[in-house]
Ligand binder design. Structure first.
Ligand SMILES: Cc1ncc(COP(=O)(O)O)c(C=O)c1O
Length: 441
């Protein structure tokens, strides 16, 4: 960590690394806040001497702090093909022979070390090479976590309602019974948990999927109090924690109580789903069960991809890529919001401060959710209805305002603008009152 501080200038020599920072702008300026955040990071063991830091310009952009114009905005092609090819070439040239044999089921030590460092500084996660397990994506990690919980004696898993149908499938396949934990505008209603009798709960605190809200500080405290009071385990799915736009980063829940939280993450949103690389950071009491499940499943990402990702992180390329992706996603989000608001001002677009999807609440008086999704599909537009994310497929109270879940990560490149325009036109037509054709005399 080497600040190159010239008179009155708080700039940092760095390739733009990512780290978790919380700034209280009411009480101190950006420079003071940075210093405090760095001190806190060192005390908490998340930053170490020699760690490079992001430039204040990059941080300013991240935190929404005005500091002149931020001069990035980015190449729209998302996967860093050249960078990946460069690290993969180095891996192929330099990897020891043993890297081409059967792998350590926990993952390559190089990747576990790189991820532990990255997750510590970027998300506040308390990870070490000992408690970090490399998995083949978050879905794989969740399956491992649920199986390990079942082996530990858990029977009932509370699942956010609404949440990803994939999550329901994964849970159902692991021997746990599932119970719905309702969510509202502050995230999962943690206060309800005690009455559900669940042994464990799986949540998406940074960006609830699909509502897009952040779990409020009070709910975070309630969730942890439930876990501590009952011996319950929280599974934290941090599937898109790096992608945030208009808000300060939200520290991972795991950082507050590593003994009660299984932390799960993935490169699917930040880098590419095709890589199939994710991770799980588990509490000590589940280490044995996680190792057993991994041994039985006997599948993990290629060692070569793992080594490439380790190098990608170590060289700062991952942080730069994430920063670049934030710019790309932010632009795509802004275009979606501007286009839909202009075409159909009655739409309520929410959940857009982070991630890669928006929740679009539909106004009354138009077609129902199912009809709209079906018509959109016929028009070549893939959108989801919120009701498909209900645990068991049924809205809890049956009175919910219909809504669409719209991902803005695809289509790629230039096709995106046309797709968003087509979606806007489609919704405008759906919400424009039809005038009856003139009757014939
Ligand atoms: C809620 C949630 N968790 C996790 C994932 C990522 O899963 P994977 O890493 O297996 O691709 C997704 C992908 O869309 C998701 O929506």
């Amino acid at each position: 960590m080497v600040p190159s501080t010239s008179a009155g200038e708080d700039s940092w020599t760095s390739p733009g690394l990512d780290f978790l920072i919380s700034v209280d702008r009411r009480t101190r300026g950006l420079g003071g806040a940075l210093q405090q955040a760095i001190r806190d990071g060192i005390h908490a063991g998340r930053l170490h001497p020699g760690d490079p830091l992001p430039s204040t310009r990059a941080l300013a952009a991240d935190l929404g702090v005005a500091r002149g114009t931020v001069v990035e905005h980015a190449d729209p092609s998302s996967f860093p093909r050249q960078g990946w090819a460069a690290v993969m070439r180095r891996v192929l040239a330099e990897a020891p022979d043993e890297a081409f044999g059967y792998a350590d089921p926990r993952g390559r030590p190089e990747l576990r070390a790189a991820l532990a460092g990255y997750l510590g500084r970027a998300r506040g996660v308390r990870a070490t090479t000992a408690n970090l397990q490399v998995c083949a994506g978050a879905g794989h990690a969740l399956g491992i976590a649920f199986r390990a919980l079942a082996a530990h004696g858990a029977r009932l898993l509370a699942v956010e309602d609404p949440s990803s149908p994939r999550m329901h499938e994964i849970a159902a396949g692991t021997g746990l019974d599932v119970v719905a934990l309702p969510c509202d505008g502050s995230g999962a209603r943690a206060g309800v948990l005690a009455g559900l009798g669940a042994d464990a709960v799986v949540v998406t605190p940074a960006h609830q999927y699909p509502l897009g809200v952040t779990l409020s500080p009070q709910r975070r405290a309630e969730l942890l109090a439930w876990a501590r009071g009952t011996g319950g385990i929280i599974v934290e799915d941090d599937y898109d924690g790096e992608l945030r736009y208009d808000r300060q980063p939200v520290q991972a829940l795991q950082a507050l109580d590593p003994g009660r939280v299984i932390y799960v993450g993935t490169t699917s949103k930040s880098l590419a789903a095709a890589l199939r690389v994710g991770w799980l950071v588990g509490p000590p009491q589940l280490t044995g069960q996680v190792a057993d499940v991994i041994r039985i499943i006997n599948a993990w990402p290629s060692s070569l991809e793992q080594l490439a990702l380790a190098r990608f992180i170590e060289t700062g390329m991952f942080d730069r890529h994430i920063r670049r992706m934030r710019g790309i996603y932010r632009q795509r989000r802004d275009l979606l919001v501007a286009t839909l608001s202009q075409r159909v001002p009655q739409l309520q677009i929410t959940g857009i401060a982070a991630g890669g999807h928006a929740l679009v609440r539909l106004p009354p008086g138009g077609p129902g959710e199912h009809e709209l999704v079906a018509k959109a599909a016929l028009a070549g537009l893939a959108v989801d209805g919120l009701s498909g994310y209900r645990v068991g497929g049924v809205p809890t109270d049956g009175r919910e305002q219909p809504a669409l879940v719209i991902g803005y990560g695809t289509p790629a490149g230039r096709s995106y603008r046309a797709a968003v325009a087509a979606l806007g036109d489609f919704l405008r037509a759906a919400y424009t009152p039809q005038t009856a054709p003139p009757s014939r005399p």
